[in-house]
Write a protein that binds this ligand. Structure first.
Ligand SMILES: CC(C)(COP(=O)(O)OP(=O)(O)OC[C@H]1O[C@@H](n2cnc3c(N)ncnc32)[C@H](O)[C@@H]1OP(=O)(O)O)[C@@H](O)C(=O)NCCC(=O)NCCS
Length: 434
């Protein structure tokens, strides 16, 4: 799909009519117009944040200028210009197989004012996004969630998982490889560009990943206004023996009472290969005066567990992280490479209709899929919900595991074939929030 300017797409008229029936107005917000500050206030309030300063608002504007901002207004309110509902979206890219990506309709900033909750405003806004995305040709929508209870009803489901990691450095003891390259501190003003460069190389190889953006990297680098830890941010990069920068670690040291046992909080650790990963984790674990290393959004089984004497010194707490919603079955299923050939009929149930139907999935010996709608009411080899299809899309969970839960059903052989075909080349991971 050619790159698309989501800012020019029309407002969804179904949602506009539904909201109008409740006396509410559905409207686009221009990041450079008067509606931006109230929009931003509403988002901050929705996520329980404080009022932003002018600097913080300007910083947010830089990112949000490229996004499609949509708001819901209750014009009878005391502050009619402050939305009671907010959502933002943009065209991103989802890595589906190493070196291969597809267009992703990314959604963020979903908030409804506490005074207006549970009246269907979120339902209208999310429905509006999905219809707009589907009409524009996006096969997949995605988001990261604050609560796991909200988005399943709209067909989103976890497709990539991530671990929060906590390492007791006293127990861990490095046993991993010694990297032959070198570590250097990165000057503050170079962190954004170098984070972005390493992350770009990492994310295109990792199913489940999306690109970062300047505002995200400025935040990691401690350059966003209002960052109370900004002065503590440090970064080191790893260059291999050929001088290629293949890894970067951004961290702060959080002081604890025991001066010999501070926390090292990882803000980002991106490594193109195992060598860079080993170098950076070793740096963190063996850092003087550090008793604990904390990192977020790491692989489900973090590689560092294999590189220390006591793997239980590395505690990993798993959570669902990247939620996907399939809007177009042929578009989504042909977006990746598969591990084995296959020919069967899938029946997908989807209360919102986008993915519903029977689909013949043929995967050739080259791992490429062809998908066609099957008319009538054919016998299906496998039946599954649209959420289950989103969850197996990148191979983050096996169809046979979901069959244990009733979300997928079919003959044992068909499910085993599906398992083999959907096995990922690399375990899906999303290493940022969006
Ligand atoms: C989550 C939030 C956006 C929901 O908005 P809302 O307008 O109250 O939601 P709706 O009235 O459209 O509810 C639609 C459905 O979702 C359910 N729902 C809404 N919020 C929910 C929550 N936090 N947990 C579980 N279910 C929720 C409703 O009960 C309703 O269920 P139904 O399909 O059975 O009728 C709102 O509560 C909010 O702003 N929360 C704080 C910010 C936040 O967490 N945003 C999500 C970011 S990922």
């Amino acid at each position: 799909m050619a790159s698309i300017d989501t800012l020019t797409l029309p407002l969804d008229q179904t949602s506009a009519a539904d909201l109008a029936a409740s006396g509410l107005e559905y409207a686009r917000v221009d990041a450079d117009g008067d509606g931006f500050r109230p929009f931003q206030r509403a988002v901050a309030r929705g996520f329980l944040g404080g009022e932003s300063t002018d600097d913080e608002a300007e910083n947010a504007r830089t990112t949000l200028r490229t996004r499609r901002l949509t708001a819901v207004y209750d014009r009878r309110g005391v502050e009619p210009e402050v939305p009671v509902g907010t959502i933002d979206s943009w065209a991103s890219e989802l890595t589906t197989s190493p070196g291969r990506t597809t267009a992703l309709w990314s959604i963020s900033a979903v908030t409804v004012a506490p005074t207006h909750r549970r009246r269907g405003i979120a339902r209208s806004m999310i429905g509006g996004e999905l219809r707009t995305a589907a009409a524009a040709g996006f096969a997949v929508a995605g988001l990261t969630v604050t609560e796991a209870t909200i988005y399943g009803r709209w067909g989103f489901s976890p497709a990539a998982w991530a671990s929060d990691v906590e390492i007791d450095t006293g127990r861990a003891r490095w046993t991993g490889p010694t990297a032959p390259g070198r570590l250097d501190f990165v000057p503050r003003d170079a962190v954004v560009q170098r984070l972005s460069a390493v992350h770009e190389r990492v994310r295109v190889q990792r199913p489940g990943s999306v690109p970062g953006w300047d505002g995200r990297w400025r935040g990691v680098a401690g350059l966003a206004p209002g960052d109370k830890s900004a002065e503590k941010v440090r970064a080191v990069s790893y260059r291999d023996a050929d001088g290629d920068e293949t890894g970067i670690l951004v961290y702060t040291i959080d002081e604890r009472d025991d001066f010999s046992s501070h926390d090292l909080d990882v803000r980002a650790i991106f490594a193109v290969d195992g060598e860079a990963s080993a170098a950076l984790w070793r740096f963190a674990i063996e850092h003087d005066l550090v008793g604990r290393v904390k990192a977020w959004l790491q692989p489900a089984v973090p590689p560092v567990q294999w590189m220390v004497a006591d793997r239980r010194a590395v505690k990993a707490t798993l959570t669902d992280h990247h939620w996907l919603r399939i809007l177009d079955v042929p578009g989504a299923l042909t977006a990746r490479r598969y591990a084995a050939g296959l020919d069967l009929v899938l029946r997908v149930t989807d209360p919102l209709g986008f993915a519903a139907g029977a689909w013949r999935l043929h995967v050739g010996a080259d791992g490429e899929a062809e998908v066609a709608a099957v008319d009538g009411d054919p016998a299906a080899d496998v039946e599954l919900t649209v959420g289950a299809l989103g969850s197996i899309l990148l191979g983050g969970v096996r169809p046979t595991e979901l069959a244990q839960t009733g979300l997928v059903s079919g003959a044992v052989e068909a499910l085993a074939d599906l398992d083999r075909t959907f096995a990922p080349e690399s375990t899906p991971l999303l290493d940022i929030w969006y």
